[in-house]
Each structure stands twice: as structure tokens, then as C-alpha cells.
Design a protein around this ligand. Structure first.
Ligand SMILES: [Zn+2]
Length: 214
């Protein structure tokens, strides 16, 4: 982690069972990228800017760039310059932007793994941009990832997911989070899942003998 330069979200390798289109940084996550990011959007698609600003609690922008144009993006999905509270934007790799923007249409051209990366990274980097009373709070990776994980469902809904898509993508997003914190110790935190998440993870539905509510 290059703390003095950027606060970045590390790349992780997609599980082969989930990521048919993207298994290493060298392989694109999309077969036919939608024409949703144009030159006029290089400083942010309106929807991404709006969602990022909501999580950052101030007006911020999302800059979408191809990996080839930005050396940091060869090892990170996205980043914010340091000190984070002074910055006005986060930079995301194009595949992250494509994934986040594919939520609303739920296009099959973008894998669910790519969609999950889009949502998870967008929220994570947006929380880096949030100003806390403790100015160092937004630059602590584990705390930032905990905040992001706790808002995956809200991020999905803000990006246009319906309930069916929410139920399908939440386990994928939590898979992403688990892999991130397992493979990169700086993101690890003893961060409990919100109670409302359990309904997305129980394949058998609610336990009829269970008295406590989830
Ligand atoms: Zn980070």
C-alpha cells in the first residue's frame, strides 16, 4: 500500500466459477463493453457521480480510465489520492465503471462478478472521500472496507437494482469482500455482517424453529 501517494483497492483474482469473463488483470471482464463511458464521461458518469456523492456525503466525481492509461490501475481497481479528505474524485478502472453501470440494465454482457466488483469498488472508494471528524479515518483501509461492505445493498439499489437482482448479487458481493479481506490483510477487520444480510445467504430460507428475528 503506497500510503503517501494513493489509497487504493487491490485487485483480486476472480473465482473461476463466477468470473467467466475475467480471471486475471490481463483479461477483460467484458466481452463487448457497452458504450456507456464516453469521452464526456471521463470525469464521471452522472449516475456514478451521484451514488459516489451520496456515500461521500459531499459532491465528488468518479473518473473512469482504462488500465493502459494509468499505471496504478494495473494493480488496483480504483484509488483516491492522499490525503483523501482533500480530494474531489476517485479514479476507477473502466471495468469497474462498466460493472456498476450494468446494474440498472442487468445486462448479461457483463458478468455478475464484474457487476459485484463495480458496486463494491465504487462504494469503497466513495467512503475514502468521506470527511470524518478524525481526518485519518477515511484512510484506514479496514474501516473503509467495513463501511463499504455494510452498504452493499444500499449501493445496489442506488445503482438501479431490483429485488431479484439484489438477491442474486448480494452473495456475489459478499464473496468479493471475503476474498479481499482474506487475501489482503490491510482490509481485514472483525466487521460483522448487518443482520439484514443473512436473508441473502441462507439457501434454505428462514429457520421455522428460530425465535429471534433476522
Ligand atoms: Zn481503499
Amino acid at each position: 500500500m503506497i500510503r503517501g501517494l494513493v489509497i487504493a483497492l487491490a485487485l483480486i483474482v476472480a473465482p473461476s466459477a463466477l468470473g467467466q469473463g475475467w480471471n486475471s488483470p490481463g483479461q477483460p471482464a467484458y466481452r463487448d463493453p457497452p458504450q456507456v463511458i464516453t469521452t464526456e464521461h471521463q470525469w464521471g458518469h452522472p449516475l456514478l457521480n451521484r451514488v459516489a456523492s451520496a456515500f461521500a456525503s459531499r459532491p465528488v466525481s468518479i473518473k473512469c480510465r482504462p488500465e493502459i492509461d494509468d499505471s496504478v490501475l494495473s494493480w488496483a481497481y480504483g484509488y483516491v489520492y492522499y490525503p483523501t479528505y482533500q480530494q474531489k474524485w476517485a479514479t476507477l478502472e473502466n471495468l469497474v465503471c462498466f460493472g456498476a453501470l450494468a446494474i440498472k440494465s442487468d445486462t448479461p454482457d457483463i458478468t455478475d462478478w464484474n457487476k459485484a466488483i463495480g458496486v463494491a469498488v465504487l462504494i469503497h472508494e466513495s467512503y475514502h472521500l468521506r470527511r470524518y471528524k478524525d481526518v485519518t479515518a477515511s484512510s484506514i483501509e479496514a474501516a473503509t472496507e467495513c463501511r463499504a461492505m455494510g452498504h452493499y445493498d444500499i449501493g445496489l439499489l442506488k445503482l438501479g437494482a431490483n429485488q431479484t437482482e439484489l438477491a442474486r448479487l448480494m452473495p456475489v458481493l459478499l464473496n468479493f469482500h471475503l476474498r479481499l479481506v482474506s487475501n489482503h490483510s490491510q482490509y481485514y477487520t472483525q466487521c460483522a455482517l448487518p443482520d439484514r444480510y443473512w436473508r441473502f445467504l441462507d439457501p434454505f430460507g428462514p429457520d421455522p424453529n428460530e425465535t429471534s428475528s433476522r
